[in-house]
Structures are given as C-alpha cells and as structure tokens.
Design a protein around this ligand. Structure first.
Ligand SMILES: *Cc1c(COP(=O)(O)O)cnc(C)c1O
Length: 303
C-alpha cells in the first residue's frame, strides 16, 4: 500500500494544566482510516511486507476486534478477500451486531467459533484454500507480528525525535505496539520511559510478549515498563478509575474508550496525581478505540 501513514501530534494544554503536566497526544485515532487506531499501522505494515499478493487473508479476533475490521477493509481496498475466524464470549444478538453487519458489507467471510477452536478452524480454511489453488496468507490475531512491531518502532522514532518526550503512555494488549515503541526509545540519546498499560494481561505473561516484540525490532534488551494495575480485572472489564479517565478525556476534547485508551489514561492520571510526572514532557500515544466506546455504550446502557 502506498498511502502515507501519518497522524497529528497535538498538545492538550487545558487537560495538561488540569493534571499539572505538559501533555501531548499522538493521535493514531486520527490516522486516515474509518474508526482508526493502531491496527492501521500494524495491518498496513503486514501487507507491505508480503512477498506475494495473496488472494485471501485469514485472521482471527473477537467479533468486535479492531484488528479484524482493519484487515477486512484494507484488504477490500486491494481486492483481496478475507476470511475472519471470530469468537465471542458474550451472548449478544449476532445477526444484529454492528460488527457483523460491517463484515457483511465489506464482503468478508466470517466463521464464529469457540476460542479453543480458532487454530483448527484457521488450518482448515488454509487447507481448503490450498486445495483450490488460492494463494492465502494468515495474519496472526491482533496483528501480533514482527511487521506490526516494526511499524511502531518506525513511528516511535519519528515522533520521539520530534517531541523528545520524557514519559510515554500506551495501551498494551498483545504487546506489539508497546514493544515497537520501547525499541524506538533505545535509539534516543536520552530515551523516554515507555509505560505500557496493560488492558488485559498480568505482568507475569505480558512482559514476555512485549520483550518478544522488542526483540523483533532488534532491541531484545529494551527496558520493558509494563503496568498491569489498571486492567480493572481483565480484557473488556472496567472500574471507577476507567470511567473517570474516559469522562475526563471526553470532557476535555479527548475521545477515550473503556477497553483500551481509558485504561492507559487512568494510569497517566494516577502517575500525575502521585507526582511522578513533575516537570516531565508526557506523551499519550492514542491507539484508537472509538468503535469500542460506541459498542460498549449500546451493550451496557449509557454510563
Ligand atoms: C489492539 C489495540 C491496542 C493494543 O495493541 P497491541 O499492539 O495489541 O498491544 C490498543 N488500543 C486499541 C484501541 C487497540 O485496538
């Protein structure tokens, strides 16, 4: 893909003043893509590094996966078909799900399976494609691949060199985004502290994933600063700190969601209030999540 992957870097003066910090936001939620987020950089990088043009992309994720949506739409633009292996633990009405409606409009095939059948389903789809002479490529779930991490190393280098932040906050899920940014930091004369705020995993599993992603970027010994205290119990769960962060963000012009960016911002608020960010230039790396915000609202009523 030849489209530029750029997003604004903005100073949030008023919100920064409220928190007593110098606050900048890297707006990857404003990458030129519908309901944008970090998956845009990761998926585009993944597609760029393919040595052949596939006819079919196979990947997996939850029904509301930002990764799956981005893969399906980016592939559609290139005339590549997609088969998404989806799982869902909630008992939502699947025929009315906005996510499934979007996949139908894109023309992506979807198969919904229980989480423990994902790997076997992907193998079966791949084998059927091979038998029919279709060139297929499997993208790891969540875009947790070297290409995605490298895309974030590249983006991190550009933004860190421009802004020279002291501390960076980013929501950390599979760890590819965090690992790429942590790798970028190692190239700076005075490296920023890159704090990955876990949205799901506890540190005992999460740190190794981030380290692996940093290693993909040639920075196996990068410092991994992984904070798992703001997960609110796990993926898709939320607590008062999440809600307060989401509200503080929106009420100062910064859109946040409770699955990803609200947790990262809850951490930022905590560090600011406990005076750990004094005189620091703070960069909040916004990873998207507007879809998650909209869907959470319709599922759980207005908060
Ligand atoms: C996927 C996602 C993340 C987590 O990114 P990883 O690279 O998997 O750690 C963070 N924020 C949003 C909005 C996402 O969709």
């Amino acid at each position: 893909m030849n489209m530029p992957v750029h997003a604004p870097l903005e100073k949030f003066q008023r919100l920064g003043d409220l928190l007593g910090i110098e606050l900048y936001v890297q707006r990857d939620d404003l990458l030129a893509f519908p309901l944008a987020g970090n998956k845009v950089r990761k998926v585009r990088a993944e597609l760029r590094t393919l040595s052949f043009t596939p006819e079919l992309l196979i990947t997996n994720g939850a029904i509301n996966s930002n990764h799956c949506r981005t893969v399906a739409l980016a592939a559609a633009e290139l005339g590549i078909s997609t088969h998404l292996v989806l799982h869902d633990s909630s008992k939502c009405d699947q025929t009315n799900s906005p996510a499934l409606r979007l996949f139908r409009n894109i023309g992506a095939r979807t198969t919904v399976v229980p989480p423990d059948c994902i790997a076997s389903e992907i193998s079966a789809i791949r084998e059927r494609a091979r038998d029919s002479g279709i060139r297929a490529h499997v993208i790891p779930g969540g875009g947790h691949s070297p290409a995605g991490a490298l895309a974030y190393r590249e983006a991190g280098l550009e933004v860190f060199r421009r802004l020279r932040p002291d501390v960076v906050f980013v929501a950390s899920g599979t760890g590819a985004t965090h690992g790429g940014l942590a790798a970028a930091a190692t190239h700076l004369p005075s490296p920023p502290r890159v704090i990955g705020v876990s949205v799901a995993r506890s540190a005992d599993i999460g740190v190794a994933q981030v380290q692996q992603a940093a290693a993909w970027c040639g920075a196996a010994s990068a410092a991994v600063d992984f904070d798992d205290r703001f997960r609110a119990g796990g993926y898709g769960m939320e607590d008062d700190a999440t809600h307060e962060a989401v509200h503080l963000g929106w009420s100062n012009g910064l859109p946040l969601d409770s699955t990803y960016t609200g947790k990262a911002f809850a951490a930022l608020i905590h560090y600011a209030q406990s005076k750990q960010l004094q005189n620091a230039r703070v960069l909040f790396w916004h990873t998207g999540g507007l879809w998650n915000y909209l869907v959470a609202d319709t599922q759980a009523g207005h908060r």
